[in-house]
Design a binder for this molecule. Sequence first.
Ligand code: CAA
Length: 258
Amino acid sequence: ENTYDTILVRREGRVGVIALNRPKALNALNEQTMTELVAAATDLDRDPEIGAIVLTGSEKAFAAGADIKEMGSKTGSDMYREDFFSAWDTFARLRTPKIAAVAGYALGGGCEAAMMCDMIIAADTAKFGQPEITLGVIPGMGGTQRLTRAVGKAKAMDLILTGRQMDAEEAERSGLVSRVVPADSLMDTALEVATTIAGMSKPVAQHAVETVNTAYETTLAAGLQYERRVFHGLFSTADQKEGMAAFTEKRKPNFSHE
Ligand code: CAA
């Protein structure tokens, strides 16, 4: 099904895997990559046969950032007219659970693309950072906001102001990544986690994603109210009836994703 130049797309059961594939540029994210990734991920998101998406790179680099060579000569007016990077919002907002499987460099836009996913699983070789300041800019794909929410002000300021890299162990300690695994088991672990999630009811998992993300958008009282309403609403799904019946009947649930 691969009709793209800069990414590889494959399916493993109910899991869609997108691998960034510009090895000569350490998977730097140019406009073509952004467009292809958004298109592929949107297709997977809409497919009822897909229950989770894994975004990954190579052993050496998840992605070394936005493509500096492509971007460098643009003017402020070009950036504004093109609303540069805004297409990433579509990727960030997709509702199917997304896992970033990160080995090697996840810098700048690479770190930011990983943070657009619902969770990050890191190889012990992963290096995260927001080096934009060394290029005379600041993060532009969400780094100042998502990194700060993920790791807090102290660590975010440290990384964004110095441009330094953070290894996988520090990233896990800081709350940026869910798990760190040996590099050679990264994809096995990511696929195992994705397959587990994809075995749940898709609409229920999507509501879980939306409800957790609401914690970053609202007051606690409004978030709790939202959670309760979603919880109530899920009792109108077939999968709630199936999940609870399966528990009572001591068998595995067979979700219809409805
Ligand atoms: N854009 C364009 N090309 C890139 C790139 C990027 N972000 N990162 C690496 N490349 C290219 C290099 O130019 C090089 O190409 P050539 O062989 O044609 O020279 C190739 O990938 C291999 O890179 P290196 O030779 O530099 O590899 P290395 O192992 O010596 O170093 C690295 C690896 C430390 C990651 C280094 O490549 C690097 O610092 N990359 C840039 C990281 C960066 O600044 N990212 C932020 C980009 S700006 C951004 O992302 C804005 C935003 O908020 C979205």
